[in-house]
Design a protein around this ligand. Sequence first.
Ligand SMILES: CSCCC(=O)C(=O)COP(=O)(O)O
Ligand SMILES: [Zn+2]
Length: 264
Amino acid sequence: MSSCFCKSEAQKVKLDDKYLNLEDPNHPANLICELCRLFYDNNWVTGTGGGISIRDVKGANPNVVYIAPSGIQKERLQPWEMFVVDRRNEQLLRTPNECPEELTKKYKYKPSACTPLFMSCYTLRDAGACIHTHSQNAVMTTLLYEDKVEFSMSHIEQIKALPRLAINPETKVVEKVGSMDYHDTLVIPIIENTPYEEDLTDSLQEAIKNYPGTTAVLVRRHGIYVWGEDVWKAKVYNEALDYLLELAVKMKLAGIPLVRGTSE
Ligand SMILES: CSCCC(=O)C(=O)COP(=O)(O)O
Ligand SMILES: [Zn+2]
């Protein structure tokens, strides 16, 4: 696993920034770096693809969202390289381009191309974190379902790690009402890829609205977006889904139906 050398480098230049706290391992900017290294080691965010964004749900302002820069090696990410955005109006609250040059080496950062997709999960689902991976299990699933707009699977124990979501009839907001059961059928929408990540936004939003029970959207020949009520829930959902997608690929190739009692 790659190591984090961030603290000592930042201390050398006496980084003082109200959106960072290098001492707190649970600070969103530090967690993004830690989880990107973990995801890199799982082959989910290699070659600069994929990433994670976190909303500061426990901070003084829970509308504050942390986003990594675009096109950088995610496993080498440092906390001071984060963009910070207000989820209500997408106003930029912090840019790494204002960091001391010793840290940025004069590199001109742009926010992740996934930003409008992450923001969609924050605004439409009140997510606390959103993960985007280029997992080969996700990509392979979309290839095996080339003519389908959704993926379904049932009767696998790991499905129980996923949330049961339902629309609150009074507020009309999607809420977690428990966990899925072994007997439940997991359904994940599949959207078509576009040449540029940001152009996925409309179809991701449509899928989120059309599938109130989902906590993820597959992107054909590209990967998956997974969100959760906080960073740890998003991490667990992403791990459970990747496990299920890996299994689904193996079952499909072995000719085993993914939904018990059907030919699917
Ligand atoms: C080879 S990565 C192409 C862009 C992409 O799909 C992605 O997820 C990464 O986008 P970012 O802007 O965060 O680097
Ligand atoms: Zn991507």
